[in-house]
Design a protein around this ligand. Structure first.
Ligand code: ADP
Ligand code: MG
Length: 382
């Protein structure tokens, strides 16, 4: 049973009171996100369609006189005094990321008081639901409350993104942070990652349900594959004389394919076709055409698997079994979601069919891999 937003925040408050013997003065709740379609497009200045979901990181905190910044997180079994002056003194890990984020926040705000905080989370860590961005946005939110200074949404997203680059070692795009900051109930956001503009796209709960199925394969995006993919995309754009792969149509790419090697061609083809799929999906969602939207999800999975090569057998099995169930069995579409190399698939299913589909997919997964995946029936934020 997932704890809801209120429960999770209550837990953070209780833990704070238990640890520090007083009530917290500030609480912040920040959702995770799932990407419906559009992966590895954000750092190519392209399009994505993420949705903030009802899984949250909560932070309860209060300023303290002296003692530095102390953060306690049950999720990582962590309790640390953060070295905000010199974040790199922390060996890698969440402490460096949190310290680095607050280092950047202090530079942006010009001040940051000492404080204590407790973090609780219902966003599984490392599963592709962006606990990393939610954690950062939540800590910046805490810093905003404590200083009384607010950042505009895009500056806040950029600050969090920068922290993830420098201090977590993940050269991520800006999709996650913006999806979390701009999320709204029952809507995904169609995000243009070039100018950070977004428009809301309705995902009505009475028409479609979202199942996020965690393969349990832990991704390690900082281990280099993500950075290599990103570099190849940039090289391909350079070779073709465009600012980013976003600037290419499939026709132009195909007509100039001899200027790229095979790997660059395949990576670029994924990005270019994925951008087209994202925009087409948003248009179909507006017409409640979930059948055709689901077909685009399948195409996206195949493209990420074959052209971008960031799937793994566990994700392929879930996507293939969902495809086999098909619309007659209640599945509109299914694809890996997030950076890949582990993590989750997302399935768009008919309301009422969630349990049956979850059980079937879990059963097939168990048969193939000898263990059960974790199924989350998620909704938009409350
Ligand atoms: P995800 O797909 O969940 O974003 P990442 O590997 O990108 O996975 O990010 C996970 C990292 O985010 C953790 O290693 C840690 O640094 C940070 N993080 C996420 N949630 C928490 C939390 N509740 N407490 C402390 N750190 C967290
Ligand atoms: Mg992340």
């Amino acid at each position: 049973m997932e704890a809801g937003q209120a429960d999770r925040t209550e837990l953070a408050k209780e833990q704070f009171a238990g640890l520090f013997g007083k009530k917290p003065s500030v609480t912040v709740q920040v959702p995770g996100r799932v990407n419906l379609i559009g992966d590895h497009t954000d750092y190519n200045d392209g399009f994505a369609l993420p949705m903030a979901i009802n899984r949250y990181i909560s932070v309860a905190g209060a300023p303290s006189s002296g003692g530095g910044v102390r953060v306690v997180s049950e999720t990582v079994s962590g309790d640390a005094i953060l070295n905000v002056d010199t974040p790199m003194k922390h060996p890698s890990g969440w402490e460096r990321y949190a310290a680095g984020l607050l280092h950047l926040a202090r530079a942006a705000f010009g001040e940051l008081p000492d404080f204590k905080a407790v973090v609780t989370s219902s966003i599984p860590k490392g599963a592709g639901l962006s606990s990393s961005a939610a954690f950062a946005v939540a800590l910046v939110g805490m810093a905003e409350h404590l200083t009384g200074i607010s950042l505009d949404p895009i500056s806040k997203a950029r600050l969090c993104q920068k922290a993830e680059h420098i201090y977590a070692g993940v050269p991520c795009g800006i999709m996650d942070q913006l999806a979390i900051i701009n999320g709204c109930r029952d809507h995904a956001i169609l995000l243009d990652c070039r100018n950070c503009k977004s428009v809301h796209v309705p995902i009505p709960t009475d028409e479609v349900s979202l199942l996020v199925i965690d393969s349990g394969v832990e991704r390690a995006l900082s281990d280099g594959v993500y950075a290599v993919r990103r570099k190849i995309c940039e090289q391909a754009a350079d070779c073709l004389g465009v600012g980013a792969l976003r600037d290419l149509s499939l026709e132009t790419l195909n007509s100039q394919s001899d200027r790229l090697d095979d790997e660059q061609n395949r990576r670029a083809r994924h990005v270019v076709t994925e951008n087209e799929r994202v925009q087409a999906f948003a248009a179909l969602a507006r017409e409640s055409d979930w059948i055709n939207a689901g077909i685009l999800m399948r195409e996206s999975h195949v493209s990420l698997r074959d052209d971008f090569e960031v799937s793994v057998p566990e994700l392929d099995l879930l996507a293939d079994e969902a495809e086999a169930i098909g619309t007659s069995g209640g599945v509109y579409g299914c694809r890996m979601t997030g950076g890949g190399l582990g993590g989750c698939v997302i399935a768009l299913v008919k309301p009422g069919a969630e349990k049956r589909i979850s059980a079937k997919l879990a059963n097939r997964f168990d048969y193939a891999f000898g263990r059960l995946p974790t199924v989350h029936h998620v909704r938009g934020i409350e």
